[in-house]
Write a protein that binds this ligand. Structure first.
Ligand SMILES: [Zn+2]
Length: 244
């Protein structure tokens, strides 16, 4: 494939331009995932808070239940105590006394459980307050990060448009076949299509080239590729003389 020294020099500049474009495109492509991850982080904090609130609510309901049960039990004890005055036989008196004792024991258990629940509610309330404060702080930080990422993405998109315009200008006049070959090698070789030859070594893949490759490149006029990585080779002199 024929190529002039000027066109080869253009490819070297084009490669630098494409590196800039690749970096911008990678950053733009990464942004949505990073934003999504931050949103998931905020959602996880929200879920943790909702769960803490739910636990507290359930305990508060249980506490109300126990308090009602306790009130019922106390009412029963009060009734039994009145009934005690009306019993006629010792047997009935003992039976009622046993029932009162049972009610008192149950009331005692209900009181203990109510106290336990109240303590647990207190600690959950503290936990909920701490989580709410943490969420508020985390949300602010996360939102700031998201705004930063979104702003940077917009900036990168604007920069990318400018850099793509520069690329369009760079490829003007390049033979179609040369450009297609360059694009193909770039796609296959991790975005790097050209490689400087240093002595007889390809500076990208570090493989030494046979003498014929070195000779062909020195002669100019044709596209010479690295025998190992297939990248388009250019000489050190060309690199030094590359247009700005
Ligand atoms: Zn190579």
């Amino acid at each position: 494939m024929q190529i002039t020294k000027d066109d080869l020099a253009k490819l070297v500049v084009l490669q630098e331009q494409d590196k800039v474009i690749d970096i911008l495109e990678a950053a733009i492509a990464e942004a949505p995932g990073q934003i999504e991850a931050l949103r998931a982080e905020a959602d996880a904090e929200k879920t943790a808070l909702a769960q803490a609130k739910d636990r507290l609510l359930k305990l508060q309901l249980e506490r109300k239940e126990k308090e009602l049960d306790l009130a019922k039990m106390e009412e029963e004890i009060r009734k039994h105590n009145i009934e005690l005055n009306a019993v006629k036989t010792n047997e009935a008196f003992r039976a009622l006394q046993t029932e009162i004792d049972r009610c008192k024991a149950e009331a005692g258990e209900l009181e203990t459980r109510t106290l336990e629940i109240m303590e647990r509610c207190d600690s959950l309330l503290k936990e909920e307050k701490a989580k709410t404060a943490k969420l508020k702080a985390a949300e602010a930080v996360i939102q700031e990060k998201i705004s930063g990422l979104e702003a940077r993405k917009s900036e990168d998109e604007a920069k990318l448009a400018v850099e793509k315009t520069k690329r369009e200008a760079l490829i003007v006049g390049l033979p179609g076949l040369v450009l297609t070959h360059y694009d193909n090698v770039r796609r296959r070789r991790g975005g790097v299509a050209v490689a400087r030859l240093n002595g007889n070594t390809c500076t990208v893949c570090r493989m030494n080239q046979p003498p014929q490759v070195v000779v062909n490149l020195a002669k100019g006029n044709v596209v010479v590729c690295c025998e190992s990585c297939q990248r388009i080779l250019y000489s050190a002199e060309l690199a030094g003389a590359k247009p700005a």
